[in-house]
Write a protein that binds this ligand. Structure first.
Ligand code: PLP
Length: 502
């Protein structure tokens, strides 16, 4: 910058930056509109990172750059003042915002709004649990006109174990905010009977983890709006490749980006995606106008639950292939669910793709592979039901553990959404803390194994399941281990034996 320019800027003060910001914001808004015209896969691959941005600001990097810096520097006090006053595009400080985080938010917002024509915005968080906390907390504020009113919210009992804990312990027990549980979420009357003048939002997991609960999304959204309440949906299990709740009336979506969106299994991440002008009885116009932007600028700035740039870029990278992955893994899961459904040692299989599942018809009205009608393999709308399923072993809890312990290719871990098949027993892991009564409400017996199918060939996963289930015929599965890893390290057992021999 030469001295003449500096002087010109000094005379104009912060207006110099604000004018440039206006032009830039318009450019970005136009670019976003252009991207909204693209197909889902193009959005997933490119998001909002443009070639112009790469060439002018990022050394031509074709992949979204990772800015690890904690903060952004400004040219002078005018720019700093305008930035901190949120009057120009800025990221200030990585607790609040960061360019890499911004690219992740941009792609998630476009994907959740895809095909609806509805404008959406997003804030990325450090985890799915942080996303849930960020999404629900702004509604749990005391009404100054009625400060003693006991607050409540209405949410399905069938939710992920961590959500169950957050709702029952952190909200219900510690803050006296009542969680009114919907046990049969397909029963609209049950939802409605739980709503009163102190209800702040409706919440549901769709499909639920691990029970694969499902409800009529549009009907519940209409019900919420009838009472001037927002509907918040955790759509982690479906991902935007199979279901976009905002299109059906939901106000806010939460994602554990950690899962299928970030299938490689690197990094924990979450997101809150909202439509513009959400419905709420709370008198906070700024919050209602753009909920995700409000979270970013105020509550999450102050509470600090946002994502790190490193985790953001890892998520961005995996998101590019979400549609094809959800197609492939859904097809694999369908095959495996059908195999298990016919197995003599299996009591029951829960997978929404099975025609025999009581919620199959309902879910079929909502869960489609996005753009399948524009895919020359299909040329029509194709139902896909995701890669989460569960099955109950015909036997005791101990026999269930024996089957589980017999897996040789399916990984035993409290995880899901991976490119590798992963299984857990929810009663002793993800859903252990909520106790027997909570598990009964959520329909999670001790003989239930949750399986999230990966992208292996399904025949190999079936082989592993079959041999593990054969332990119930008295066939013990022996797994041997080498003394050295292929990389050369000796095993702990070998070291132990050496010490014993000394
Ligand atoms: C449906 C659902 N929502 C939220 C979460 C929490 O996400 P995170 O582990 O990223 O905090 C999970 C985690 O398993 C989940 O399955």
């Amino acid at each position: 910058m030469n001295q003449t320019n500096s002087k010109a800027e000094a005379c104009l003060g912060s207006n110099y930056y604000k004018d440039a910001a206006k032009r830039a914001m318009q450019w970005h808004a136009d670019y976003r509109k252009e991207m909204m015209k693209c197909r889902f896969d193009t959005i997933a691959v490119h998001g909002i990172y443009s070639m112009q941005e790469a060439l002018d600001f990022n050394q031509g990097s074709i992949i979204e750059p990772t800015y690890l810096s904690s903060s952004q520097a400004y040219r002078d006090s005018d720019e700093l003042e305008a930035a901190l006053g949120y009057q120009i595009p800025t990221w200030c400080y990585s607790r609040i915002a960061n360019p890499t985080m911004y690219y992740l938010e941009g792609v998630l917002a476009l994907m959740e709004g895809y095909g609806s024509g509805i404008e959406t915005s997003c804030i990325a968080t450090s985890s799915g649990m942080a996303a849930i906390q960020s999404a629900v907390d702004p509604f749990l504020v005391i009404d100054p006109k009625n400060p003693n009113a006991p607050l409540n919210f209405v949410a399905t009992a069938q939710v992920y174990g961590g959500t169950y804990q957050q709702f029952s312990m952190r909200k219900n027990l510690e803050r006296q905010v009542e969680w009114r549980k919907v046990v049969n979420s397909t029963n609209l009357e049950e939802w409605e009977a739980l709503i009163d003048e102190n209800t702040r939002f409706l919440y549901g997991e769709l499909p639920s983890n691990p029970g694969l609960g499902f409800f009529d999304l549009k009907a519940v959204a209409d019900l919420a709006h009838k009472y001037n309440l927002p509907l918040i949906i955790d759509s982690t299990v479906a991902t935007p490749a199979l279901l976009r709740p905002i299109e059906h009336g939901a106000d806010i979506v939460v994602q554990s980006v950690t899962k299928s969106l970030n299938t490689s299994g690197f990094g924990i991440a979450g997101a809150v995606i909202s439509r513009k002008n959400i419905i709420s009885s709370i008198d906070n116009p700024e919050m209602k106008a753009d909920f995700a932007a409000y979270l970013k600028m105020l509550p999450n700035r102050d509470n600090g639950p946002n994502i790190s740039p490193m985790n953001a870029v890892l998520a961005i990278n995996d998101i590019r292939t979400i549609r094809m992955r959800m197609d492939a893994t859904s097809r694999n899961t369908q095959k495996i669910a059908e195999f298990l459904g016919n197995h003599k040692h299996v009591e029951k299989v829960d997978y929404l793709g099975l025609k025999s599942h009581p919620l199959h018809q309902l879910a079929s009205g909502y869960m489609y592979l996005v753009d399948s009608e524009k895919d020359e393999c299909y040329n029509e709308k194709i139902n896909r039901f995701g890669h989460l399923m569960s099955f109950q072993v015909k036997g005791t809890p101990q026999q269930t553990r024996d089957v589980f312990d017999g897996f040789t290719r399916i990984w035993r871990a409290t995880d899901l959404g991976r490119i590798k098949s992963v299984a857990t027993i929810p009663a002793i892991s993800t859903h252990s803390q909520q106790g027997e009564e909570g598990r009964k409400l959520a329909n999670i017996p001790q003989t239930l194994i949750r399986l999230c199918v990966g992208a292996e060939h399904p025949d190999d996963v079936i082989k592993d399941l079959d041999q593990a289930l054969s332990t119930l015929d008295g066939t013990k599965v022996y797994v041997t281990s080498p003394e050295y890893s292929a990389g050369g390290a000796s095993s702990a057992t070998l070291r132990k034996n050496e010490q014993e021999n000394k």
